[in-house]
Design a protein around this ligand. Structure first.
Ligand code: FDA
Length: 276
């Protein structure tokens, strides 16, 4: 439960309100990925649109994050495009923004291609994610800078082969810092999404050197991870957005968080035993 708002949208609303009251914005994610039928993809599209409606109705300071495999990427790319277009049209009419999460390497090219197609279709209210562990990311960032894309920069969470991904912590950090510098110099809107103190320090250095406009960058963290760091970044005067997932399909997301930090299995056990 530490990583997830709850099963219902009302749980996400409660959490986002709490974040908003502490000077943080949010991005809401309806849990789920890799659907295998068009009906499931249509249902996910409906759920994403419902989130946009609720954000509007409840006057929350939040946007939406989606995964393309949730809305049909691996079923039919044109069908997926139409679903995302529907979501973006609604978001645009509400003055809102939709972030397209990045999934495993089997979907990277298709995800970036679909993003490009959306921009060509005139959608400015959307952005993508770049994973610093991917060797191809520098090339992708060059292309995204030309497009003046909005980019969330992360280390990357999926298990990828060494042939296409950096494996060592230091290499990933070095690439993260390099890509962040490129994006800031390229005047892209950047979301710096990490809980790594070393990278936060590097980011602070780049921000004071390159002096981006405050509205052009923000930090992002996941719900339930390092709230100490989150509060410190806000106290230091930077914008902060918290990723708030909710829904019934919490299994794959939670497993990835456990793999990142096996210590957490201990917290879970403790909370089961103590009821707290
Ligand atoms: P690192 O893993 O080194 O963590 C730094 C420190 O943070 C750790 O030492 C620990 O103290 C703490 N920490 C990290 N994870 C923790 C956990 N689960 N529980 C408790 N403590 C933890 N990835 C991706 O491939 N595609 C995507 O679209 C996204 N989207 C995304 C959005 C946002 C807002 C964030 C913050 C992250 C993502 N990610 C992602 C995940 C990202 O790729 C990465 O796996 C995690 O952020 C962990 O990497 P860190 O940079 O935090 O460093």
């Amino acid at each position: 439960m530490r990583y997830i708002a709850g099963e219902d949208i009302s749980d996400a609303v409660r959490l986002v309100r709490e974040m908003n009251s502490r000077e943080m914005t949010s991005t809401i994610d309806v849990l789920g990925e890799n659907v295998s039928t068009k009906d499931e993809a249509i249902e996910s599209t409906r759920a994403a649109k419902e989130v946009l409606d609720v954000i509007d109705k409840e006057k929350l300071n939040a946007n939406l994050s989606i995964k393309l495999t949730q809305v049909g990427l691996t079923i039919d790319q044109n069908f997926c495009f139409d679903n995302v277009k529907e979501i973006l049209e609604l978001a645009r009419s509400r003055g809102n923004f939709v972030r397209i999460d990045m999934e495993d390497s089997a979907t990277t090219t298709a995800t970036l291609k679909l993003y490009e197609k959306l921009r060509e279709a005139g959608f400015e209210n959307t952005g993508v994610v770049i994973q610093a562990y991917m060797r191809r990311s520098e090339e992708d960032v060059r292309r995204l800078i030309e497009m003046k894309a909005s980019v969330r920069l992360v280390k990357g969470i999926y298990v990828e082969p060494e042939a296409i991904a950096f494996k060592r912590k230091e290499e990933i950090r070095r690439n993260f810092t390099k890509l962040l510098g490129m994006l800031l110099e390229g005047k892209c809107r950047v979301a710096i999404a990490t809980h790594d103190d070393v990278l936060i320090r590097e980011a602070y250095g780049l921000i004071s050197k390159l002096a981006p406009v405050k509205s052009e960058y923000e930090f992002q963290v996941l719900l339930g991870v390092r709230s100490d760091l989150r509060d410190k970044i806000v106290a230091d005067g930077h914008r902060m957005r918290v990723y708030v997932p909710f829904g019934r399909h919490w299994h794959a997301y939670s497993i990835r968080r456990f793999q990142e930090n096996p210590e957490v299995a201990g917290y879970v056990l403790k909370s089961i035993l103590t009821g707290r």
